[in-house]
Design a binder for this molecule. Structure first.
Ligand code: SF4
Ligand code: SF4
Length: 375
């Protein structure tokens, strides 16, 4: 007969309330950035006649491709491109965060992740429970975000060299990428609206649809998270196999069946740790020291890492970009003619053009040298 396990109750307080507060604060910060950016665009729309509002540098955080390329350029050359310098520091903060706490950015800070969670909660209330996609469909769908990331990696790391990366980062297209993104939503087309509405409806039915299947940023952080030494660990000796952890996991990980959660989908939300009824059975632990990392440490750590790295950008004077009001007014008028290379042939042509410009100049390419990049 199987001996009954002695249960020591888990009396630790849940961290989910604090996670919600942090997510809300970060989402409000993003809304504030959006409002400031709106006033900045009013200045451009009035051709410089209405009062000037500083462009909020935090908007760079919404340009993940530019930020990733900026980070790549910085790591390769030690130099910072000043088109969207805040993006470099925001990206670096997220990478460091992922190296320490796995994909914690997605569940603690990302406003899209937060929105996805709220929509998912709403869906679960309507449908009275979770709707799960069968595994045979879940796996191929999860690969979609890796395909998108793969193409991006191929275009940047294989097809482009450092001259082309620099030329892209300093191009007029990249300089107004934030404005283009703003007008994409402000003057949203019918087809884009249909796509967004469809994503919303699907996310009500299928929890975290965007994050789980389509977000290439999440795919990148999932890969980086494998390098994190801190993982959710289950103690099989004290575990009573109640299955509550697996039931609570929004990433559908079978936490109750593994000793260590090693998954690109684990976003360190700690929901599983919170629901475990037995003390010292399920915790975030360092795989090297085997020491438990308290929930409080995760909450404070996530916010501190983000503030510390972005704070370095701020105090070193690498936060605001170097685009003048006059340049913005000119870009605003020409913006519709700016494009970016799409497809491998266009990226290769862009690389060739950048290298030609570079050798003609016999010096690093000058600012705005790559014309409007019409491809
Ligand atoms: S395994 Fe735990 S920490 Fe990871 S996503 Fe699932 S519930 Fe969150
Ligand atoms: S919640 Fe998970 S780890 Fe905790 S006792 Fe139940 S099955 Fe075991």
């Amino acid at each position: 007969m199987k001996a009954k396990k002695k249960i020591i109750r888990n009396n630790e307080k849940t961290v989910q309330k604090y996670r919600f507060y942090i997510q809300s604060a970060f989402a409000l910060l993003c809304v504030w950035i959006g409002i400031q950016f709106y006033f900045f665009t009013r200045f451009l729309e009035s051709n410089g006649t209405s009062p000037f509002y500083n462009r909020p540098p935090g908007v760079d955080g919404f340009l993940p491709i530019s930020s990733m390329m900026s980070f790549y350029y910085f790591v390769s050359t030690g130099r910072i491109i000043h088109s969207h310098p805040a993006g470099l520091f925001i990206f670096a903060a997220i990478v460091l965060l992922s190296l320490v706490f796995g994909k914690a950015f997605c569940s603690w800070l990302c406003p899209i992740g937060f929105l996805s969670e709220l929509i998912g909660d709403f869906g679960e209330k309507i449908f009275k429970g979770k709707i799960r996609i069968p595994e045979w469909l879940d796996y191929p769908l999860r690969s979609l975000k890796y395909l998108m990331l793969g193409f991006l990696f191929y275009a940047v790391f294989v097809l482009m060299d450092m001259t082309a990366v620099k030329a892209f980062l300093e191009s007029p297209y990249n300089q107004v990428a934030d404005l283009k993104m703003y007008y994409f939503f402000a003057d949203i087309s019918r087809s884009a609206l249909i796509i967004l509405a469809s994503l919303f409806i699907i996310s009500v039915v299928i929890r975290n649809f965007w994050c789980r299947y389509l977000c290439p940023y999440g795919a990148l952080l999932g890969i980086i998270s494998f390098l994190s030494p801190n993982k959710i660990k289950r103690n099989p000796v004290s575990c009573i196999d109640c299955g509550l952890c697996a039931k609570a996991c929004p990433a559908k990980i079978k936490v109750d069946k593994v000793f260590t959660v090693v998954s690109d989908e684990c976003n360190s939300c700690l929901s599983c740790v919170d629901v475990c009824p037995v003390a010292d059975t399920l915790d975030l632990k360092s795989i090297y020291t085997k020491k438990k990392i308290s929930k409080k440490t995760v909450a404070i750590g996530v916010v501190s890492i983000f503030m510390l790295v972005t704070g370095i950008g701020l105090v070193t004077g690498n936060w605001q970009n170097n685009i003048t009001k006059k340049e913005y007014l000119t870009h605003y008028k020409l913006m519709d003619s700016y494009g970016h290379p799409t497809g491998t042939a266009a990226v290769e042509k862009f690389k060739e053009d950048s290298n030609k410009d570079h050798s003609l100049n016999q010096s690093p390419p000058v600012k705005n040298n790559n014309r409007g990049m019409k491809y």
